[in-house]
Write a protein that binds this ligand. Structure first.
Ligand code: GSH
Length: 299
């Protein structure tokens, strides 16, 4: 098969730390802290440790949506966790999330701090805490949680499966790309059929299910991840595109996407968020402006 070298697995797999696997510098086959480093704690009860990837954006969008609805208790400090340098293996982060992946939330509002990890669990925790974006009525709640858990279970096949083998793997393996492309197209078709009938994922109401699904599938159809829109014929999923654009117009969604974002347009990068005014005062174009063209080094 094209791109596939013959490989006979040995009886026992051994880790090769020098392999050419994508992300080999941070991946290892063991869990737990690798270095002592405590987490910073800011002034608000809610402390978020994250990065502006789709899993991180879900949570910052929800927090900004809660604040937009007037929930002052949703004020939060968002600290940047650089997963490229292995900060997710610092002892403080591991105490907040033993799984060593962003996002992780600490809620200091009670007598004992509460840790919450897994983005879906964080969405549910905050939605329940503030009584928003998760319907209270049993059937509507079941529908919302079904789509939330659908995202948590399905997206790894898109990200870890399709995205990894299509965009990141150092060899293009037809078998793997075929397998995961089939699944991703099926997932997009499912969303498209659902959104043909409904304004939002669960019906007329915008919920945490939209917030969970949008950063992933919206990014794919708008070609913001994996550069695969043409390959997947993303333009055919017209209902997903309609919903993607509609959700993307929300002010809280625009703000949530800026938080803990160390890449892209500097005016949209808010590396840390400690106050609502940070969106106006502390973006990277202000904190770290590019030198004027005529002062740039020429070599
Ligand atoms: N199921 C987890 C997945 C989180 C996740 O995969 N986070 C990635 C960034 S999007 C990460 O922290 N990766 C670092 C690593 O794998 O070491 C969730 O939804 O919270």
């Amino acid at each position: 098969m094209a791109g596939q070298e013959a490989y006979e697995p040995p009886a026992v797999w051994k880790w090769n730390p020098d392999s050419n696997q994508a992300f080999a510098n941070i991946n290892r086959p063991t869990a737990g802290a690798q270095q002592q480093q405590e987490l910073p704690v800011g002034k608000h009860p809610l402390q978020l440790y994250s990065l502006g990837t789709p899993n991180g954006v879900k949570v910052t969008v929800l927090l900004e949506e809660l604040l937009a609805k007037g929930h002052k208790g949703a004020e939060y400090d968002a600290w940047l966790v650089n997963i490229g340098d292995g900060s997710q293996f610092n002892s403080g982060f591991v105490a907040a999330n033993p799984n060593s992946k962003i996002p992780a939330l600490m809620d200091h509002s009670g007598d004992t701090p509460v840790r919450v990890f897994e983005s879906g669990a964080i969405l549910m925790y905050l939605a329940e805490k503030f009584g928003e974006f998760l319907p209270a009525e049993s059937a509507a709640r079941a529908e919302c949680l079904s789509w939330l858990f659908w995202q948590m279970g399905s997206t790894p096949l898109m990200g870890g499966g399709f995205g990894h083998f299509y965009a990141y793997a150092p060899v293009k393996i037809e078998y793997a790309i075929d397998r995961y492309t089939m699944e991703v197209k099926r997932q997009l078709d499912l969303l498209d059929q659902n959104l043909a009938e409904r304004q939002y994922i669960c019906g007329d109401e915008y919920t945490i299910a939209d917030m969970a699904i949008w950063p992933w599938y919206g990014a794919v159809v708008r070609n913001l991840v994996y550069q695969a829109a043409e390959f997947l014929e993303a333009h055919t999923f017209t209902n997903v595109i309609r919903w993607t654009d509609e959700v993307g117009e929300r002010e809280a969604v625009k703000r949530g996407q800026m938080v803990n974002r160390p890449f892209g347009d500097k005016s949209k990068q808010l590396l840390e968020r400690h106050d609502a005014s940070d969106f106006e005062l502390r973006t990277q174009d202000i904190l770290d402006p590019d030198p004027p063209e005529d002062e740039k080094e020429t070599s």
